[in-house]
Design a protein around this ligand. Structure first.
Ligand SMILES: [Zn+2]
Length: 181
């Protein structure tokens, strides 16, 4: 069972409902073992509840090796935020978390990338087959100039494009001033 810190009974119930919803999103099953990893993390991690101030200042959530911090309990946003932080906890980069949050919750609580996300998308990923505009993350591959995102498959460790999960979304086209290089 998860450990909760600084959470009210209502917040624990909200988090539990959010987890039960996110783990059943059909889009999650497209990623090898990710659903199982997320369930395992949920069951073994410490979740800290906060709001607006202190380490929650300016954040919806955060994750580090100690715990997962949840800063919003807006019911329209909570499941998307919890999924985002759990993907980080499974080793996902910002690109992985944003793309999986978007795929599972577009129109239903996800927020598109913004701010320093672009910097992290480029810097915390590797180029794909010598093309620096196509970036390889842990669970996804992203074309930074078209907005396409694919599931990352692994052929003997070599990344390959799998199912197309985000089709030319303007939200996933890197601003020209921040091109990956
Ligand atoms: Zn993140």
């Amino acid at each position: 069972m998860p450990v909760f810190d600084k959470c009210t009974k209502t917040q624990i119930d909200q988090l539990t409902s959010a987890f039960n919803a996110l783990i059943d999103r059909p889009a999650l099953t497209q990623f090898d073992n990710l659903r199982e990893s997320i369930r395992d993390r949920w069951n073994t991690r410490k979740f800290v509840c906060g709001a607006g101030t202190g380490e929650c200042s300016g954040l919806d959530g955060a994750q580090n090796s100690e715990r997962i911090l949840i800063c919003t309990f807006d019911t329209r946003r909570l499941a998307a935020v919890l999924l985002h932080e759990l993907v980080h906890d499974c080793g996902g980069s910002e690109l992985d978390s944003e793309a999986i949050e978007y795929t599972c919750y577009v129109g239903n609580g996800s927020q598109p990338p913004n701010g320093d996300d672009w910097y992290k998308f480029c810097k915390h990923t590797k180029e794909f087959e010598g093309n620096k505009h196509i970036r390889v993350a842990k669970f996804v591959i992203w074309n930074s100039t078209t907005g396409d995102v694919w599931v990352r498959n692994n052929n003997g460790g070599k990344p390959e494009k799998g199912t197309l999960i985000i089709d030319k979304s303007r939200f996933f086209i890197v601003p020209s001033s921040q091109k990956c290089s």
